[in-house]
Write a protein that binds this ligand. Structure first.
Ligand code: HEC
Ligand code: HEC
Length: 381
């Protein structure tokens, strides 16, 4: 009896955690199906996976008539104004919050952090008119309700009455997709750089030079924004501190001409987050992860740069007066879309880079590619 009394709470506890675990697995399985399913879009043409292709760094690797700068909506004609970021490693972005110590806003999902976490994010695209275009949450929930497999799965996991409340059922979908996005597929940490940290890969001289430059505050400012962990705890680095900064990215005129958005339109970035109202945040963008960066071009929130070397030269132009022209346009670097808040303090720190050092940084960034995408790295990036 005594033994049973001692054991009972333990048994209950383990039974409980088992079933919690089981529910989590079921949500992951459901989330995986949903991630790949075009049922989420009005005309049944679009899934999350098309704009976040697992075979290609979880970005939209289609051309979409705009050199991959933005995505095509479910209506087959709307082109967005922002480049689809990778959904890989997104699970590691902290929930959106204000950090009292650093006095910085941190984390969240989307370029402007408007959703606090992955589940919040996953609820966005299905009803976004230029993405999946569903007229309402109810309309999508009705599809699940009338779908033999999904309706059963939703009821098994979330209860028989789940379809009585459209908001709850929609939330259940988003939660399940988020659970799938938290699996190891999205964050394998098996790039050359990770293998180097574990002593399984030796960096080439050029890769090693790039690594030293990247982490050296005397030479470059990269690690000010693109480093999360301390040097002696480098495993699992995501290459972003999840802060918001304006680095002076110019308007993508070619994209605006293609998508019909007025070229004079300003993307206010972080200021368009409903929780943010101070103009000091105008045009800031969440610092992106650099994991898989070699295969996730074109670059920046608007896809304005095609090559990684251009991105590095773009940073160098803040310090190096000889970098007059954007090598992709052969024209002088265009002005920032939001000039007033550019973080010149940080961007003007560091030493100018020779072409060899630019190349070293690019080669180092290539080492951040997950093993399964290494074959996608272009020699000319
Ligand atoms: C039509 C293309 C398209 C579809 C479909 C789409 N996305 Fe996205 N996704 C984007 C774009 C563009 C952004 C950036 C938008 C922004 O920040 O305003 C984004 C942002 C994200 C982010 C945030 C990443 C970060 O670092 O902040 C995640 C995660 C994500 N999408 C997952 C999903 C999931 C899950 C689905 C399916 C429910 C989905 N996406 C459907 C294009 C798409
Ligand atoms: C002041 C903070 C800051 C510093 C310093 C900084 N970055 Fe960034 N970086 C950002 C932000 C913010 C973005 C996103 C800008 C956008 O999308 O418009 C970005 C974007 C990028 C991108 C493109 C990412 C993508 O997915 O499109 C690359 C590559 C990059 N940075 C590399 C570097 C390198 C290399 C250095 C050092 C030479 C550096 N950054 C220094 C904040 C910074």
């Amino acid at each position: 009896m005594k033994l049973l009394a001692l054991l009972l709470p333990f048994l209950l506890l383990s039974a409980c955690s088992d079933s919690t675990q089981d529910i989590k697995v079921q949500k992951t399985v459901l989330g995986q199906s949903l991630f790949f399913d075009t049922i989420l879009s009005k005309n049944n043409t679009q899934s999350c996976a098309q704009c976040h292709n697992p075979a290609h760094g979880f970005i939209d690797d289609r051309d979409n008539g705009v050199a991959g700068m933005a995505s095509l909506g479910d209506d087959g004609k709307s082109i967005g104004d922002r480049n689809a970021p990778t959904a890989a490693y997104a699970m590691l972005s902290p929930e959106f919050h204000f950090d009292k110590k650093s006095k910085e806003w941190i984390g969240g999902q989307f370029y402007d952090g408007r959703e606090a976490d992955l589940a919040g994010q996953a609820g966005g695209p299905p009803t976004n008119p230029v993405e999946m275009g569903m007229p309402s949450k109810q309309a999508l929930v009705d599809r699940f309700k009338n779908h033999p497999a999904y309706s059963q799965q939703f009821k098994d996991i979330f209860g028989d009455d789940i379809f009585n409340n459209a908001d709850k059922a929609y939330g259940a979908m988003a939660q399940s997709i988020a659970e799938f996005e938290k699996t190891e597929t999205f964050a394998p940490f098996d790039s050359k750089y990770d293998r180097y940290l574990k002593g399984e890969y030796e960096l080439t001289d050029l890769e090693d030079l790039g690594r030293s430059l990247f982490f050296s505050n005397n030479n470059t400012n990269c690690s000010t924004c693109h480093q999360l962990k301390s040097r002696d705890d480098a495993m699992g680095e995501t290459f972003t501190n999840y802060e918001y900064h304006n680095i002076g990215v110019p308007t993508n005129i070619a994209l605006r001409q293609a998508n019909g958005v007025d070229v004079a339109t300003i993307d206010h970035g972080f200021l368009s987050n409903p929780q943010i109202n101070s103009n000091e945040h105008d045009g800031k963008i969440k610092v992106p992860t650099l994991r898989n960066i070699a295969v996730t071009g074109p670059y920046m929130h608007n896809g304005v740069f095609a090559k990684l070397s251009t991105v590095v030269e773009f940073y160098d132009k803040y310090i190096n007066k000889e970098r007059v022209n954007n090598p992709e346009t052969n024209q002088p670097w265009a002005d920032a879309e939001v000039p007033n808040t550019v973080n010149n303090d940080e961007l003007k720190k560091g030493k100018k880079l020779s072409d060899r050092k630019v190349q070293a940084l690019v080669v180092f960034l290539n080492t951040l590619t997950d093993k399964r995408y290494e074959h996608l790295i272009s020699k000319d990036n």
